[in-house]
Design a protein around this ligand. Structure first.
Ligand code: BGC
Length: 514
């Protein structure tokens, strides 16, 4: 080989070495970037983890806080509000009733025809998105929108205003309300992104009645009802063993039947049945046992209601998508696996919970739904399959934690009323040991997260079983009550109707389930 040949060969070898070195360098850097992202995920998963031991601590904390909230006004972050519902539907109600439901992303209008003997002869439901600007406008504008929607609904159903004159109406208002009777109450605070300042501390029913008369509708609000209470009412209509209800939708809440003498803050509370439905407002529950991450802390700090609704911010549909967005944002700042940092990643609520659920439940082999949602919602393009899988995993961690915490909340209620197979709690302390005979216990559930998000539902059901154990779990039944919040409120209007269309045996039924 001549000098030239040798020179060429050496040159080639050097070049190949350099290329190899560049490639190895790239691979090492890309591996490092990947490891950084995996570390973010691991840390998140670890802090958000909900082993059954931790869930049991949440169960106990929930039961203790319930006790404290019943003992004194302001005794707990759980408000444990009186509802003045001591008379749940029992199936004997009949007649046609209307109901309105405001509280989430959609406003709902309902008309039901009850035929007695536990029968619903017909029901119409209409959903309308609430225009965004009305959520932060004035109470008059919001209630005029509600009244006008009712007028149009009545007309669409072939009725004239005079045909509904004097009819009883159920009003589901899904925000914390201090009730002064079954058909009156003042708004304590807004949640779920609503913020109409002039409404706070105003009587909600008065606002509605005034708007109805402005538009010429002569109807009577017979029941002002939280959505959880409506769900309990429908649950009880179908099944007398229903003792509690849970809503997991845009927001979250629970209510249950309590003995009147356990409501210590209202000494001498007298009800015909000896019991009352308590609206827990569990969205505001807090305990140091909750697995809180830095993403939750940031979400809370940037929210409209910091230090408020802590449990809701870990569980409900308004927030889950946004937690996922925050984790992806953090990852994209640590590494370029999502490409250049998209500005959308810093925008709150751009990733909705339904989109997050769609990514989580994407069953296409190459996760094309995940790719599409990353593009449409977050302006993130062309991510490889392994990054899409990572996104699915983030959704899983967020949803699993939410569902398992909700499950712990449910068992907390059962513990408070002695339906979890343990000895329950007395004087605010958790008692150890087992109770006597377990009774069939039904919990009614409503809200899109549970009804439409299969993985969420499965995680929740599984966790209830895990916490209760296989001996007790078969006694506890979770039953979906589709549209329960609205239908139940129409039923409460019926069972408390001034028109006297229902019979009175329903009073006893509360006592039976306590
Ligand atoms: C409200 C509750 C409501 C729940 C579910 C929460 O934000 O405070 O009153 O029941 O959302 O809609």
């Amino acid at each position: 080989m001549g000098k030239v040949g040798l020179g060429l060969a050496v040159g080639c070898a050097v070049a190949s070495c350099a290329i190899a070195a560049v490639m190895v360098g790239r691979r090492v850097r890309s591996r490092r970037r990947w490891l950084r992202v995996v570390r973010v995920l691991d840390e998140f998963e670890e802090t958000a983890s909900t082993p059954v031991g931790r869930l049991r601590q949440v169960v106990d904390a929930m039961a203790v806080e319930m006790h404290a909230g019943l003992a004194s006004e302001g005794g707990s972050k759980l408000k444990m509000l009186l509802t003045f519902v001591d008379n749940l539907p029992d199936g004997s109600e009949n007649g046609t009733y209307y109901a309105l439901h405001i509280g989430g992303t959609n406003f709902r209008l309902l008309r039901i025809q009850l035929g007695g003997q536990r029968s619903i002869l017909g029901h119409d439901v209409e959903r309308k998105p609430i225009p965004q600007h009305l959520m932060t406008s004035t109470s008059e504008e919001l209630f005029d929108f509600i009244a006008l929607s009712l007028k149009e609904f009545i007309e669409r159903n072939g009725n004239k205003n005079n045909q509904v004159r004097g009819k009883d109406l159920g009003f589901t208002f899904s925000f914390p309300v201090k009730q002064t009777s079954l058909s009156s109450g003042t708004l304590i605070k807004w949640t779920k992104g609503f913020a109409i300042q002039d409404m706070v501390e105003k009587d909600v029913v008065e606002c509605l009645q005034k708007a109805l008369s402005r538009i010429g509708i002569d109807m009577n609000v017979a029941a002002l009802v939280n959505d959880s209470v409506g769900t309990l009412a429908l649950g009880h209509f179908y099944d007398k063993d229903t003792v509690a209800a849970v809503v997991i939708g845009t927001g979250t809440n629970a209510c249950y039947l309590e003995r009147a003498d356990a409501v210590i803050k209202c000494q001498g509370l007298l009800t015909a049945s000896g019991g009352m439905v308590i609206n827990m407002e569990w969205g505001n529950f807090w305990s140091s046992h909750l697995p809180r991450t830095s993403y939750d802390i940031d979400l809370d700090a940037e929210s409209q209601n910091p230090n408020d609704q802590g449990f809701e911010k870990m569980i409900s549909g308004m927030y889950l998508g946004d937690i996922v967005r925050r984790v992806i944002h953090k990852m994209s700042l640590e590494s370029d696996i999502f490409g250049p940092v998209s500005s959308k990643l810093s925008a709150r609520f751009v990733l909705s919970t339904p989109s997050m659920a769609a990514m989580h439940e994407d069953d296409t082999p190459n996760l094309s739904e995940v790719a599409k949602i990353l593009e449409d919602s977050l302006d993130i393009y062309n991510v490889p399959l392994k990054v899409r899988k990572l996104v699915v995993k983030i959704c899983d961690v967020v949803t699993r934690r939410a569902a398992r915490l909700a499950a712990a909340g449910i068992v907390g209620i059962l513990k408070k009323i002695g339906r979890d197979g343990t000895a329950g709690i007395t004087s605010g302390r958790v008692k150890s040991g087992k109770s006597g005979k377990m009774r069939r216990t039904v919990v009614a559930i409503e809200g899109g997260l549970y009804t439409s998000y299969t993985i969420f539902r499965e995680y929740l059901n599984e966790a209830v079983g895990e916490i209760l154990g296989e001996e007790i779990a078969p006694f506890v039944i979770l039953k979906v009550m589709e549209d329960g919040s609205g239908i139940g409120s129409a039923m409460l209007a019926a069972s408390n109707s001034s028109q006297g269309q229902s019979q009175s045996q329903s009073v006893d039924t509360v006592v039976q389930v306590l």
